[in-house]
Write a protein of this length. Structure first.
Length: 425
């Protein structure tokens, strides 16, 4: 058996990860792109992608050649032989892994499994999740036996939302399989589309762990410079000045302070910590880093309030403008954005807060966070402007006009000209 010739590939979940993957595979194979959101399917069929991750010309081409069939009808999963799961794996309100979307997709797939099929997971999970949580569901609802009738693989997604340079095919891909033969076939399958090459991990659990630590490492490193920013604020020195001086040493790591959100760095460490705690070890470094990063939005808001009070500003009824709401620059992704912490904290001090983001979807923001984005920047006077996200459009704004009005400008990204801001991280 070869996965390159075994039949239709189904990509389950057509979000930031699944859609680019489905398009690339559809250039060479017969692919079903499946998503339970029917409106998402309609948008894609009409050439619209709200994630802005897909190359729309590539999308149109694979639909036209019928390499990619898009569907929200579960019955279309019948007849597929390779299932690739790319659904979200968020955390719940208690910072615990929320596997409901993953297990629901697994149950759907199980109903259509036949002997010889392979299920590959790309969703970020804790080490052991594929074999300990997903496989039992596949066995229960398919009536088949793991590693005898069907097989599994794990290849962690490495999509970087908004990045048009390091795209799917240009990022080396980790692969794995539930048997040595399946591991080799999964590796060969991904090699057919990943020009940067692949790394075949020795087990599914190793591949799962590699994804978890990629983002936990970044989270801890960013938490270190965020903590430095808190210290240097008390010393009344500029963090960027310190980092630029330290970076003159050849082996200094150039991390910068800021808000840490999104679907990976702000989530994955909790998956690793969950598994660690389940095994009886409390991961102190990982969780302390999370605690520092979780509090940065509150620090920014508190610093803004203190500076305004020092100017004699009355908080109740004063006006604030936040520039940016997505979790990172030049992308519409608002999942787990920590800008909401600044927004909420300023509101609690009695301020009237408006948010402008030319990338984020206004309906999605209102549905998820309960307020409406500005449709355009207004000429209103603001007591403070907080640059929360470094969207390229924000470089074009006339910050001098705010300065002329006496507006306090806080640049959390050290993004604009220094003499235009009152404070930066």
């Amino acid at each position: 058996m070869s996965l390159l010739s075994s039949g239709r590939i189904a990509v389950i979940g057509l979000g930031y990860v699944g859609l680019p993957l489905a398009i690339e595979f559809a250039k060479k194979f017969d692919v079903l792109g499946f998503d339970t959101n029917a409106s998402r399917i309609i948008d894609l069929q009409n050439g619209t992608d709200k994630t802005k991750e897909a190359d729309l010309s590539d999308l149109a081409a694979v639909i036209e050649t019928k390499g990619l069939c898009l569907s929200a009808d579960e019955a279309d999963l019948l007849g597929c032989s390779v299932y690739i799961v790319t659904v979200p794996t968020p955390i719940d309100q208690y910072k615990q892994p929320d596997l409901k979307p993953l297990l629901a997709a697994t149950k759907q797939i199980a109903k259509y499994l036949v002997p010889g099929d392979v299920v590959i997971y790309e969703s970020t999970v804790y080490p052991g999740c594929t074999e300990e949580d997903c496989v039992p569901v596949l066995e229960k609802y398919s009536g088949l036996q793991f590693n005898k009738d069907f097989f599994c693989g794990y290849s962690p997604e490495r999509i970087n939302p908004g990045d048009k340079v390091n795209t799917l095919t240009k990022i080396k891909k980790v692969t794995s399989g539930s048997t040595p033969e399946i591991a080799e076939q999964v590796d060969v399958l991904y090699k057919s589309i990943i020009t940067a090459g692949t790394h075949k991990a020795p087990s599914i659990k190793v591949a799962e762990a590699s994804k978890a630590i990629e983002n936990a490492q970044r989270d801890v490193n960013i938490s270190f410079v965020n903590e430095l920013a808190l210290i240097f604020d008390k010393l009344n020195i500029d963090t960027t000045d310190v980092l630029e001086a330290a970076a003159t040493k050849w082996n200094f790591l150039p991390y910068k302070p800021g808000l840490v959100g999104g679907h990976c760095i702000g989530v994955d460490p909790y998956y690793l910590a969950y598994k660690s705690n389940a095994l009886g070890y409390n991961p102190q470094v990982i969780l302390s880093g999370r605690q520092v990063n979780e509090n940065m939005g509150v620090f920014v808001a508190g610093k803004v309030v203190k500076m305004l009070i020092a100017r004699g500003t009355v908080m109740k009824g004063s006006r604030a403008l936040i520039l940016g709401f997505a979790f990172k620059e030049n992308c519409p992704d608002i999942r787990n954005t920590r800008v909401i912490d600044i927004y909420t904290e300023l509101q609690q001090f009695g301020m009237e807060v408006e948010v402008y983001d030319p990338w984020a979807n206004a309906e999605e923001v209102e549905r998820e966070y309960g307020f409406r984005l500005l449709e355009a920047l207004s000429a209103n006077d603001y007591d403070t402007v907080v640059i929360a996200v470094s969207h390229r459009q924000f470089l074009e704004l006339d910050y001098q006009q705010y300065r002329d009005q006496g507006t306090l400008i806080f640049d959390t990204k050290s993004f604009i000209q220094r003499d235009l801001v009152d404070m930066r991280l």
